[in-house]
Structures are given as structure tokens and as C-alpha cells.
Design a protein around this ligand. Structure first.
Ligand SMILES: [Cu+2]
Length: 151
């Protein structure tokens, strides 16, 4: 519980220079895996460009910004030093593309849980959101108001 408290430095989106985080989710992998990925849509409602320099997440000792590139027929992940968002711009971090890599996991998050995921901005601000832990991206973006899982 103490760790969650340390991360609760959420910045109000209405504050200038902040970003909006939406549709965040973390992929639940088998518990033997030591890393996983987080996805979200980040937008810059302000009138100045924003640079994202990194991130942090509950249960993860480190977070890196990765992109996926096809090199000689193989999908490879590459670390990006930062992401740029022009004024009014938005960026969708999604499977097969840019994502947040959650490293040094204390344990694998379990589907149905939520985990706080934060983006760190060059301005020193930190924007956080509660990410749903899911096994896949299956749940549609349009009906995420009310998600129920049936077996
Ligand atoms: Cu990655």
C-alpha cells in the first residue's frame, strides 16, 4: 500500500502543460514472465508542445518507452528516448506499435486488477492514470464505459 502512495502524484489535466491519458491498459501475461507492456492514448490539449521522457508504473521497477519495428522480417522492440506531442496532438500506444515496457516487475499483474501508470514529462510534471489489467486488447474502445467479463 505504501508503494501506491508514492505514485499518487497525479497532475490535473486542466493544468497547463499537462497531458490527458485515456484507455490505459496493462497486458496480463503468465506469472512466470518478468516484463509486460502498457498501452494508452495520450493527448496534449495545451497550446505548447509536450515531450514525454519516460514513465513509471505500479509493480514495475522501471518503465521504458518502446516502439516495434520490422527489421528483416522480424518484429523487434527498440527503446525510444522520448515522445513528442505537438499542441492538440495525440498518440495511441497500442499492441504492435509504441508501448510502455514494464520492467523489473514485483509480480505479474492479474486480469481484473488496476495498476497506476504514469508518464513523466520534460517539464517535470507527471501524469498518471489507472490502467485496467487485461489479457488482450479485445474489449472494444467504444463500449469501455461498462466492462463485464463472462466466461
Ligand atoms: Cu517493449
Amino acid at each position: 500500500m505504501a508503494a501506491a502512495g508514492l505514485l499518487s502524484v497525479a497532475v490535473s489535466a486542466s493544468e497547463s502543460g499537462a497531458v490527458l491519458l485515456e484507455d490505459a491498459w496493462v497486458r496480463a501475461l503468465p506469472p512466470t514472465q518478468k516484463v509486460t507492456a502498457a498501452y494508452l492514448t495520450v493527448s496534449n490539449p495545451g497550446d505548447r508542445p509536450v515531450t514525454i521522457t519516460g514513465g513509471s508504473a505500479e509493480l514495475a521497477g522501471a518503465v521504458e518507452i518502446h516502439t516495434t519495428r520490422e527489421i528483416e522480417g522480424y518484429m523487434r522492440m527498440e527503446q525510444l528516448p522520448h515522445l513528442h506531442l505537438p499542441p492538440g496532438g495525440s498518440l495511441r500506444l497500442a499492441p504492435g506499435g509504441t508501448h510502455l515496457m514494464l520492467l523489473q516487475l514485483e509480480r505479474m499483474p492479474v486480469a481484473g486488477e488496476t495498476a497506476l501508470v504514469c508518464l513523466h514529462l520534460a517539464s517535470g510534471k507527471v501524469a498518471c492514470t489507472e490502467a485496467a489489467v487485461r489479457k488482450s486488447a479485445a474489449a472494444g474502445r467504444q463500449n469501455n464505459q461498462h466492462q463485464h467479463q463472462h466466461h
